[in-house]
Design a protein around this ligand. Structure first.
Ligand code: ZN
Length: 148
C-alpha cells in the first residue's frame, strides 16, 4: 500500500466516522467559520481550563477534506496546552503550504497531499483557522491579556 493510499484511508475513516462531532454543552468558547470557495461550514467548540484544551468538538458540513480535517484536529488538540495548540496550527499551515522542516504531525499528515491542490488548502485549514479564532476569543474573554 502506498503512503497516499494510507492517507486516503485515514481521511475516509474520519469522514465516515467523525470523532468529536456534536455541540459541546460545556464549551467555554465556540466559533463558526465557513469556506465560501467550497461551501464548507464549521462550528468549533472548545472547553478550555487553565492553559489546557480539555475538550474539543465540531459541527458542520462540507467536503471530506474539511470534515475529516476537523475530526483529526479535535482528536489531536484534546489535552494539549494552548501553547502546543498554537504551535500545531502554525506547523499545520506550514505543512500544507509545502514548507520544509515541519515536524511529524501524526494523523494530520494525512492532509499533506492537499498542497498539490491549492483550492483544497482552504478546506484543510478551515478547522485550524477556526481554532486560532477560538483561541483569540478565549484570550479576549480574559484568559490571557496578551494581544492575539
Ligand atoms: Zn471543502
Amino acid at each position: 500500500m502506498s503512503l497516499d493510499d494510507l492517507y486516503r484511508q485515514v481521511l475516509m475513516d474520519h469522514y465516515q466516522h467523525p470523532r468529536n462531532r456534536g455541540a459541546l454543552e460545556s464549551a467555554s468558547v465556540s466559533v463558526g467559520l465557513h469556506n465560501p470557495s467550497c461551501g464548507d461550514v464549521l462550528q468549533l467548540y472548545l472547553k478550555i481550563e487553565g492553559d489546557r484544551v480539555q475538550q474539543a468538538s465540531f459541527t458542520g458540513q462540507g467536503c471530506s477534506i474539511s470534515m475529516s480535517g476537523a475530526s483529526i484536529m479535535t482528536e489531536t488538540i484534546r489535552g494539549q496546552t494552548l501553547e502546543q495548540v498554537h504551535d500545531l496550527a502554525e506547523d499545520f499551515k506550514r505543512m500544507v503550504r509545502g514548507e520544509a522542516d515541519v515536524p511529524d504531525l501524526g494523523e494530520l499528515e494525512a492532509l499533506r497531499g492537499v498542497r498539490q491542490f491549492p483550492m483544497r488548502i482552504k478546506c484543510a485549514t478551515l478547522a485550524f483557522n477556526a481554532l486560532e479564532k477560538a483561541l483569540q476569543e478565549h484570550s479576549k474573554q480574559g484568559g490571557d491579556p496578551q494581544d492575539g
